[in-house]
Design a protein around this ligand. Structure first.
Ligand code: ADP
Ligand code: MG
Length: 682
């Protein structure tokens, strides 16, 4: 017998070379191997007679070899072996390419079982390179449901299959973590049967059942983790805020808060005064005014003698929050401190010292700078803005820091239900479902290259009316440099040849942050008519005078990302527009983009985006902080997710506090899942 934690090298046939290939698939131990699940199956259980075979439909057939296989050497590197087989219904030619030795194992007069696909037309039919085995051999490549595994160079499906089966034969499958009553309630296979069946199903139905169990298990582990996190946070006691007055703050705000803002602030206040750490998500479409709600929360923290931290995903955004909030809050006696990578080492050090000494009340900076070993004197509230790069693992790390600070997570991306449950299952939710008054719908158009002149004329028109335009060029992470070039080349073209009389500026992610800030500030101050940008301007940037957003090659963005970008305009009183350009002729792509033209409803767009692109790409970045699931598909497994969530709640209630062997394994698995997810952040 062997242990799940044993290295794959203890298996027969796995030497250093194979081990390296497995490592490329993140398989190091027997457990990794057993948890390497098929990506699909081939149903080879159907056995038909030769006359019943259909073209292009793979099937098994039982046939006798009618002659001795003959190989022709066509040219260097090409051998063709031909052999004829027959059953009671007819004859069939088999052709093998470069499989001389395999094919010549077929003995004249003997019967085999084959698996292959019939091709050809009335001039002649054949089966090319079928798999086959003797009738008296155990079913390996025929007469069964064959798992198809994710593979890597040098590693064949057959090797993977054999290696996994070898591992399963010498060691137990991962331990059961779902208690029997819960399995019974949800019709879930026991662990051992599920692991057997996922790798060696006797039918497609059984494979499905096994898959359902493993998806359920993943969600169960994850949901239980969230529930445990939440429960342990809620056991903590924090001093309830007793200074609840907000009137000075509300008087200082230059506009009337919306009903939704007022409601959210009340909900937050209730949390802060409850004696338990707040765990709240503030969700609201772009422009719904989340910053004011955050400011109110920070103001309350400071009034109650605590420090607050506002974490932004980009330096531009941190800078902008700092500018806006400083104006609002410093007259109220709040001492603010900015902390970004663009500051000099000395400035950063002084900022940190002030934090530690308690000489500042509200620190605003990037996630990295604030979470990275910064010490506060008395941190009471952490606000994470536009947090979709700030997942469960990050929250957990933060929540375990210091004395359980209150946590407010803000999201502008309307998130589909499944993802919301996954990302924020541990949070209470406040929604800003109302935009500040006077906002108008951003009219959106999709145009081809033939409309270029009109697009340019439209940009010029905005400038003539004293308004500004954004022009966004795609920035795909993998090809960052290429795209920066695209943005900078495009900026130059616009300035030199199209708009020599207008002021064109440029901003992209590879610029020094001081430089970015300068460009952004100048644009916000109206010192440029056109800002050519990569997606660095995606989140939060607020320039109310900008009325036009042109997005080049819009097909290269996700819908939600486009929606975010569009949210950069229409923030003032003026009518605003968004123009999507695309050379793409693919009808699906175009209809995807047209969906954006016909709705401003972020939730609908988000659902559509998730359906089309899958969760990995949903946020336009793999660094989403989403947990890494092996089997579950967040776009389709909503029902199972909900069941697993209900099950995990039941589990926590019934046995969460008792120490059971199942519970111990579950806790370990939770830790592993969260660690694996945290790993994707790097
Ligand atoms: P988001 O929710 O996208 O973060 P912001 O907080 O940046 O939105 O707010 C968008 C704009 O709306 C800002 O210019 C802000 O000053 C303004 N704003 C926020 N709340 C109100 C309100 N109640 N009335 C009018 N304008 C508001
Ligand atoms: Mg914002």
């Amino acid at each position: 017998m062997a242990y799940l934690s044993d290295p794959v090298t203890i298996l027969k046939g796995v030497g250093p070379t194979k081990a390296k290939q497995f490592a490329a698939l993140n398989i190091y131990t027997l457990e990794d191997l057993i948890c390497h699940f098929p990506r699909g199956y081939e149903d080879r259980t159907r056995i038909v007679s030769i006359s019943d075979m259909e073209v292009d439909r793979p099937a098994c057939f039982k046939a006798v070899v009618m002659n001795t296989p003959r190989t022709n050497h066509i040219r260097k590197g090409l051998d063709i072996t031909k052999v004829q087989v027959a059953d009671h219904s007819g004859r069939l030619n088999l052709t093998f390419f470069n499989q001389k030795f395999t094919a010549e194992q077929l003995n004249y007069g003997e019967e085999y079982i084959f698996y292959g696909t019939l091709t050809g037309d009335y001039t002649g039919y054949q089966v090319t390179s079928p798999s086959f085995e003797r009738l008296d051999s155990a079913p390996v490549v025929t007469r069964r449901v064959l798992p198809i595994y994710p593979l890597t160079a040098g590693l064949s499906n057959a090797t993977m299959l054999k290696t996994i089966q070898q591992a399963m034969a010498i060691c137990d499958t991962p331990a059961e973590i779902i208690p029997e009553p819960i399995r019974r309630q949800y019709g879930i296979l026991p662990a051992e049967r599920a692991y057997q069946a996922i790798h060696m199903p006797s039918s497609m139905e059984e494979a499905e059942l096994a898959k359902r169990r493993l998806i359920f298990e993943e969600f169960f582990v994850f949901s239980a983790g969230l529930s445990l996190m939440r429960a342990s946070r809620q056991q903590k006691w924090v001093k309830p805020y007793n200074k609840k007055g907000l009137s000075a703050f509300i008087d200082a705000v230059p506009f009337a808060l919306t009903g939704a803002q007022t409601r959210a602030i009340e909900e937050i206040k209730t949390d802060l005064c409850s004696g338990k750490p707040m765990n709240r998500l503030l969700q609201g479409d772009v422009g719904s005014g989340k910053t004011m709600v955050a400011a109110a929360a920070a103001y309350l923290a400071v009034q109650n003698g605590q420090q607050a931290a506002l974490m932004a995903p980009t330096e531009i955004l941190a800078e902008q929050h700092y500018q806006g909030l400083n104006k609002l809050l410093s007259p109220l006696g709040v001492r603010l401190q900015l902390l970004t990578g663009g500051m000099t080492a000395k400035q950063k050090r002084e900022g940190r010292e002030a934090m530690e000494a308690g000489a500042v009340d509200l620190v605003i900076g990037t996630h990295a700078l604030i979470s990275e070993g910064s010490a506060f004197k008395n941190l009471g509230l952490v606000i994470a803005d536009e947090q979709h790069r700030f997942g469960v693992a990050q929250r957990q790390a933060l929540a375990s820091k210091g004395d359980a600070p209150h946590l407010l997570v803000m999201s502008a991306t309307p998130i589909p239900r499944t993802l919301a449950l996954i990302m924020y299952g541990d949070l209470d939710v406040s929604v800003l479902d109302e935009l500040p008054p006077g906002r108008q719908k951003v009219d959106t158009f999709l145009v081809g290259e033939n409309m270029r002149a009109r697009v340019n004329a439209f940009i010029r028109k905005q400038a003539q009316e004293g308004h500004q335009s954004f022009v966004v060029c795609p920035a795909v992470e993998e090809a960052e440099e290429l795209n920066i070039k695209a943005a900078s080349v495009w900026a130059e073209t616009l300035q030199k040849t199209v708009f020599p009389d207008l002021r064109v500026s440029l901003i992209h992610g590879q610029m020094k942050s001081a430089q970015k800030e300068e460009v952004m500030a100048a644009f916000a101050a109206g010192q440029a008519d056109i800002l050519v940008a990569t997606t660095v301007i995606e989140v939060g940037v607020d320039v109310p005078n900008a009325t036009l957003m042109v997005i080049e090659d819009a097909d290269r963005f996700g819908l939600s990302q486009l929606h975010q970008l569009r949210g950069r305009v229409g923030r003032g009183k003026e009518k605003s527009y968004c123009i999507l350009t695309s050379h793409n002729k693919n009808p699906e792509t175009l209809s995807r983009l047209k969906a954006l033209c016909s709705t401003n409803d972020g939730f609908r767009i988000a659902e559509e985006d998730l359906r089309l692109r899958g969760p990995g790409d949903f946020f336009g970045s793999r660094q989403s902080g989403l947990p890494v699931f092996r089997v579950a598909n967040l776009a389709c497994d909503l029902k199972t997710l909900k069941e697993a969530q209900a099950a995990s709640v039941r589990w926590i209630e019934e046995m969460g506090t008792k120490s059971t062997p199942e519970g111990e394994v579950l806790r370990r698995r939770i830790g592993e899942l969260f660690r694996r997810s945290a790993g994707t952040m790097n």
